[in-house]
Design a protein around this ligand. Structure first.
Ligand code: PLP
Length: 408
């Protein structure tokens, strides 16, 4: 595969990729689960602990001021990364899961009543299903699900039919973590807004692979996890429009989120701090900012182009493997190839690939309802990042050929 993208230079920033697994050069194709970290991100963490580790927002001393500055500067980096209107619209959480739970609880408290409905789609990660089920149980509401076709594409006509007057919120993934399908989010949001329905977009599988502009999308809520975008674990982002954050009650109580505490009555801090109870992962947020700077320097348009080329090459080469069965016959997919090898359990394929130095994920990928809809109990998922190469695709192809032969 010919490409102008300088992947060899990029790989030098990721020491983990130089490792061997069972004597083979490691091929890491589990990027949808978590991404690897460039040196600069790990250096940022070390530097923060060694030079300005102190709790944020509370002390007058120098270290605390430096830590606070780094943490708040990270908020601005995130704001600019997704083109939010202001840093106050960025709430730091522990990850996509916590961001969605926060909205499910807090939006639910502010806006939902018995008999209301929440709309999700059939292709959601469990993180974008269970928090809404909890809300529906708590408030005696109904969860409605937009169906998909046999290839996993959203049925837009059915979606429009479901957008009734009882729907209080639509929560939908930007890119499916199993199929790599990108939903037409802008049109979906437009249709929801016409009916006065706000939209939460789960961007966990999008932000590492394409430029995201929350204002161009007009998303009301947008969520993602640092660890899936080359940043550290334990940090997540919730973008929400100011008007919602101001009307929503706190999700957790504790330090940071308060204005005045008295036994008779407590008043709350301004946004976004109202939603950030306790000590935030201020070192993680600074490292996330570094990860976002790192990919912005490469350019998300360039990353998207390269990954598209790489995934097309992989689809072309893997389809030559006897027994290769792709899940979801869709024209374009983002960085994810879900498949089965005919007659061989996905778990066996994953285990044998591992022994050949290739890391993939197998199972239901935290999307059991989607797997049920597609009538499969598990599949293999090869998921790519911009540091993967066409020769790694060739290694995957050769390994799958070998495994198929072994079983036949
Ligand atoms: N949503 C999607 C689409 C995902 O792929 C994932 C993780 O795989 C999540 C949500 C949950 O992310 P986290 O575990 O980082 O909170």
């Amino acid at each position: 595969m010919e490409s102008k993208f300088d992947v060899a230079s990029i790989r030098k920033h990721f020491p983990i990729l130089e490792q061997k697994a069972y004597g083979h050069p490691l091929v890491y194709l589990d990027n949808a689960a978590t991404t690897q970290k460039p040196r600069s991100v790990v250096k940022k963490i070390e530097e923060a602990y060694f030079s300005h580790n102190a709790n944020v927002h509370r002390a007058v001393h120098l270290l605390s001021q430096q830590a606070t500055e780094a943490h708040e500067a990270a908020r601005v980096v995130v704001q600019q990364f997704i083109n939010a209107a202001e840093p106050d619209e960025i709430v730091f959480t522990r990850g996509t899961t916590e961001s969605i739970n926060l909205v499910a609880f807090s939006f639910g408290e502010a806006f939902c009543r018995e008999g209301d409905e929440i709309l999700i789609s059939s292709m959601e990660h469990h993180s974008n299903i269970v928090p809404w089920q909890l809300l529906c149980e708590r408030k005696k509401m109904t969860l409605k699900v937009i169906p998909i076709d046999d290839n996993g594409c959203l049925l837009v006509d059915e979606y429009e039919k479901l957008l009734g007057p009882k729907v209080k919120l639509l929560a939908i993934t930007h890119v499916s973590n199993v199929l790599g399908i990108e939903n037409p989010i802008k049109q979906i949001i437009e249709k929801a807004h016409k009916q006065g329905v706000p939209v939460l977009v789960d961007g966990a599988q999008a932000v590492a692979h394409m430029p995201v502009d929350v204002r161009a999308l007009d998303a009301d809520f947008y969520t993602f996890s640092s660890h899936k975008v080359f940043g550290p674990t334990g940090v997540g982002v919730l973008y929400a429009k100011r008007s919602f954050l101001e009307q929503m009650p706190p999700y957790q109580g504790g330090g940071e989120m308060i204005d005045q505490v008295h036994f008779e009555k407590t008043t709350y801090n301004r946004i976004p701090f109202k939603f950030e109870a306790g000590t935030p992962d201020f070192i993680g947020t600074a490292a996330l900012a570094e990860a976002l700077r790192f990919i912005q320097e490469i350019g998300l348009d360039k990353i998207a182009d390269y990954e598209k080329q790489l995934v097309n090459y992989a689809l072309q080469e893997l389809s030559k493997v006897e027994g290769f069965q792709l899940l979801g016959n869709i024209p374009e997919r983002h960085a994810i190839i879900p498949f089965q090898l005919k007659g061989i359990h996905a778990y066996d394929v994953g285990l044998l690939l591992d022994k050949l130095g290739i890391a993939v994920r197998t199972g239901h990928h935290c999307a059991q309802p989607l797997m049920e809809r597609l009538a499969v109990d598990s599949c293999v998922r090869a998921s790519f990042a911009f540091y993967n190469t066409s020769s790694e695709v060739d290694r995957l192809q050769a390994a799958l050929k070998k495994i198929y032969k072994m079983f036949n």
